[in-house]
Design a protein around this ligand. Structure first.
Ligand SMILES: CC(=O)N[C@H]1[C@@H](OP(=O)(O)OP(=O)(O)OC[C@H]2O[C@@H](n3ccc(=O)[nH]c3=O)[C@H](O)[C@@H]2O)O[C@H](CO)[C@@H](O)[C@@H]1O
Ligand SMILES: C=C(OP(=O)(O)O)C(=O)O
Length: 416
């Protein structure tokens, strides 16, 4: 398995460019199944999860061509509404296919999705939402068989604003015969991006980005062309890297409004931040501890909890992080402990006592963002670190090491 070798004690300087968002691209790719014909998606990152989604769409009968950052997806030949278990297990995002396949064929058969080990990730809210708009779902031993002879639309109220369940409900409801209202919907920018694509395809959706989404079903959707929004999590990771290495970097090609909660915390920690159009400059300095709670958007994102925790290990004083979204998202803590971090976890709370510096050693990435966090910690640590299992990082960051090299990091990828 490949690993990263990182020499520490660098200060990152220069410009770094962010790709399109993984978490927007995956539901958008699934949404193309709702039409018959050729859709074009621009600003697509080269990531393992995207390739997996390509493979699944191809198996369903789509023809996909990739040209640099553009995906051309021809869904004319899509004829299957069933996804084999081994492909479902490859990633969480495979569950995004449930809504579109149900919408297109009024029937779908699939199993529970896989994904990073960050705690239990049920799909009860997805199922409940689809039932509310007319689907009959048979959920037996991890296999789902859903039918919607009368996809009527209806009123959905989420107990929790699940991103994926909101997206699945939007996609199926877009082609229902009646109107759907989703209350306590997820407000993430990726949900709003999905609304934009679906409306380009002919859907009648409003309110995405707020907690109430209205969908007036239409008979059919047409293919469309769309440019995916920038990846706010990739952007946030690089901003944290700039602060943690006390560097001076400009993160380009982003939407700063999507990062308000992150920018606010980094300022509280002591970084100087200057947004300028689609770029943000960050200058690091003395860092002080802060308290953070992960929350649904526009709160602090759970996907940046691990990278920020890595930073707080070397901030002055004590910090408290409360992870409210996922039950078991502290896998990076033990690894950071090997590097000399002082962290205590109790339930969903981590108490971090800042130390002057970390020491390089051999650590393993147990999930995507935990892996990114370890690379960041290694950039600041004394000596050399080895980060194993980088395939997790490749799931969500395109050319992570190359982008970091561009701003001065001493990081290389090594094959066994
Ligand atoms: C591909 C993608 O977009 N992934 C993102 C998406 O994941 P995902 O869409 O899976 O996240 P959700 O918002 O659905 O999950 C948040 C919480 O709700 C719970 N839940 C969810 C669905 C359900 O049916 N029942 C249930 O209990 C989950 O277990 C979790 O505790 O949003 C998460 C929260 O911002 C991010 O960390 C992920 O990076
Ligand atoms: C948890 C993540 O992704 P996924 O939902 O695809 O597992 C993530 O992007 O941090």
């Amino acid at each position: 398995m490949e690993k990263f070798i990182v020499a520490g004690e660098v200060q990152l300087t220069g410009h770094i460019k962010v790709n399109g968002a993984k978490n927007a691209t995956l539901p958008l790719m699934a949404a193309t199944l709702l039409s018959t014909g050729v859709s074009v998606l621009h600003n697509i990152p080269q990531l393992r999860d995207i390739t997996m989604m390509q493979d699944i769409l191809t198996l369903l009968g789509a023809k996909i061509h990739r040209e640099n950052g553009t995906l051309i997806i021809d869904t004319t030949g899509v004829s299957k509404e069933e996804i084999p278990e081994h492909l479902m297990r490859e990633m969480r995002a495979s569950v995004f296919l449930m809504g579109p396949l149900l919408g297109r064929f009024r029937r779908v058969r699939l199993s529970y999705p896989g994904g990073c080990a960050i705690g239990p990730r049920p799909i009860n809210l997805h199922i409940k939402a689809l039932e509310k708009i007319g689907a009959v779902v048979n959920d037996r031993c991890g296999f789902i068989d859903a039918e919607a002879v009368h996809l009527t639309g209806g009123e959905i109220h989420f107990d929790f604003p699940s991103v994926g369940a909101t997206e699945n409900a939007m996609m199926a409801a877009a082609v229902a015969s009646g109107t759907t209202i989703i209350r306590n919907a997820a407000r993430e920018p990726e949900v709003a991006d999905l609304e934009t694509l679906l409306n380009k395809m002919g859907a009648r959706i409003s309110g995405a980005g707020t907690d109430t989404i209205r969908i007036q079903g239409v008979e059919r959707l047409a293919p469309a062309e769309h440019t995916v929004i920038p990846d706010r999590i990739e952007a946030g990771t690089f901003l944290i890297a700039g602060a943690l290495t006390r560097g001076d970097i400009v993160v380009d090609n982003i939407i700063p409004e999507h990062l308000f909660a992150v920018i606010d915390k980094l300022q509280e920690i002591g970084a100087r931040i200057d947004p300028d159009g689609n770029s943000v400059r960050i200058r690091g300095g003395e860092m002080r501890g802060v308290d953070i709670k992960t929350l649904p958007y526009p709160g602090f994102p759970t996907d940046l909890q691990a990278p920020l925790l890595a930073l707080l290990t070397i901030a002055k004083g004590t910090s408290i992080i409360t992870e409210t979204i996922f039950e078991n998202r502290f896998k990076h803590v033990d690894e950071l402990g090997r590097m000399g971090a002082k962290i205590k976890v109790e339930g969903r709370t981590a108490v971090i006592r800042g130390v002057p510096r970390l020491s390089g050693t051999v650590v393993a990435a147990h999930d995507l963002r935990a892996g990114a966090a370890l690379v960041l910690a290694a950039l600041a640590a004394e000596g050399v670190s080895e980060i194993e299992q980088v395939y997790h990082i490749d799931r969500g960051y395109e050319a992570f090491e190359k982008k970091l090299q561009q701003v001065g990091a001493k990081i290389v990828r090594r094959s066994p």
